[in-house]
Design a protein around this ligand. Sequence first.
Ligand code: FAD
Length: 288
Amino acid sequence: MEICDIYHDKKIVFSCEVFPPKPGAEKDSILETIRDLKSLSPDFISVTYGAGGETKEETIEIADEIKNTYKMEPLMHLTCVDTKKEDIDKILNKISQKGIENILSLRGDIPTGRNFKSTASDFSYACDLAAHIKSHSDNFCLGVAGYPEGHPEAYSLEKDIKNLARKIQSGASFLITQMFFKNDFFYTYLDKIREMGINVPVSAGIMPVFKAKLLSRMIKLSRATVPSELISIVEKYRDNDEEMEKAGVEFAAKQIQDLIKHGIEGIHLFTMNRASIAKNISSYAGLR
Ligand code: FAD
């Protein structure tokens, strides 16, 4: 089923995100996670993709399992940084055969490591990838990423939203946001994108901070602003994993409750492959 139709049918679309195992690693544990997540009846499960194709096979395999073994709807992430058109076409043909219909069209982070050698990309931005996918086949429903606090490389939030509009013009029909810990950023962002005529459904990306050391990694990745309340929680429970997990679940669930009160269209939970945490959050927030 196309995810754009799910947004059409449901009042609140609830989705979960997982990441594939490292290339060559056993996939038993991710399959167990997916089996567990099924009990939550998520509207779709998204699978991340290692920029540059690092997890290409694993991402496709997991999306295939979600669709054909567990009979849920997968959203396969696909990045275009350092990738040739022919490689994208091969992937599109392969996933088409498996019945995978939904793709999150992404650029991916530009690698900066000393050992990185670019093979040169045929695409500069996620909008170029989206346009290419649509020209390859109109059978894919596309989502793209949005950044309530602006993408770290963007000159301003306004410029970033103009670039978001290009992704929608290129054929994307829904949006999943980067994590944020203060809902006000999301509400302001939503007002701004609507003012600029972007009317596709938007799912709010929620990251549960269930381990103290997760927070600094997450801030580095997303540059999200952390409210003092969350900093206090992390400081208080830094050495108590059990209490940290409980407080992290509660913080994320309260964020979701507030978003639901504001009538948002979708919640996208970054599960970090921890089904038990996803279950606790959705039950606390009254989602499932
Ligand atoms: P783009 O939309 O291409 O934007 C990148 C930058 O370029 C922005 O600053 C934007 O303002 C600017 N820009 C965009 N279009 C234009 C244009 N036409 N002209 C000039 N400037 C432009 N990364 C992964 O590697 N794998 C994943 O699976 C993954 N999943 C993600 C899921 C979500 C929900 C989110 C929010 C992010 C995810 N990312 C993932 C991270 C993402 O790849 C990075 O944030 C990356 O740096 C930007 O990707 P993008 O698709 O948003 O890029």
